[in-house]
Design a protein. Structure first.
Length: 225
């Protein structure tokens, strides 16, 4: 395996320690501070950790390095909730465990939770510890999300930019996301693209454009009525 390559399905370049997808020519997270971006977009955007409760379910489009999972689990641990947290991520092009760990090593806060990411990527896609269950569902989300038998309380919509990865932002997929959202459930994404907002609204979410992270002026949140 070369310096700039992960599993055959997902070649990588590294820029200042940040992995950049060779397939989509897009960084996996902000070049400024990926963890701060995740907390702003996906945690605060979904009202977390304030909404956490026993049995809370998070679902995600695009697992990437596992940084969103790490941020969610760290917030869950900090909230001291008695019970379990379920995190399900749909990923077509998973990274190798080694590349995911290399990316997470840039964030000291990730250290306690990185082993779960590695275990899931290295094995069947499932790993659990301390009341937290992680499942990575491999394959095209347009096929795997409709077959999913669970419901999410919060969705992290984290595909690569719509212009580069349009498949994860198609109307049909976002409609399926809505069908797999619990009543009163939410979604959040860094994208403020008009097509994304319209597709989420048509799927049934009450959509808001809110301040984004860093250089991004806006992002999108939604709540299912």
């Amino acid at each position: 395996m070369t310096e700039n390559q992960s599993f055959p399905d997902h070649p990588l370049d590294w820029r200042g320690g940040v992995p950049v997808s060779g397939r989509f020519d897009d960084p996996f997270y902000s070049l400024e501070d990926g963890l701060a971006e995740t907390r702003h977009v996906f945690l605060a955007g979904n009202g977390l950790p304030g909404r956490f409760r026993d049995g809370f379910s998070i679902a995600e489009l695009g697992f990437g390095t596992g940084l969103n999972f790490v941020a969610a689990v760290a917030a869950w641990a900090g909230a001291r909730i008695d019970g379990c947290l379920r995190f399900t991520s749909f990923e077509a092009y998973p990274l190798s465990p080694e590349d995911a760990r290399r990316a997470l090593d840039a964030f000291p806060e990730a250290a306690p939770h990185a082993p779960l990411v590695e275990a899931a990527l290295a094995g069947s896609g499932r790993a659990s510890a301390g009341g937290v269950t992680l499942e990575i569902v491999r394959g095209d989300a347009r096929e795997t999300v409709p077959r999913w038998t669970d419901m999410a309380d919060a969705w992290f919509l984290d595909g690569f930019a719509p212009a580069r990865n349009p498949e994860l932002w198609e109307e049909g997929l976002l409609s399926s996301v809505a069908r797999h959202t619990a009543p009163g459930g939410t979604c959040a994404t860094y994208s403020a693209a008009g097509a994304v907002r319209r597709a989420l609204a048509e799927a049934g979410f009450a959509v808001e454009r809110v301040p984004g992270y860093g250089r991004k002026r806006h992002m999108t949140t939604g709540r299912l009525g």
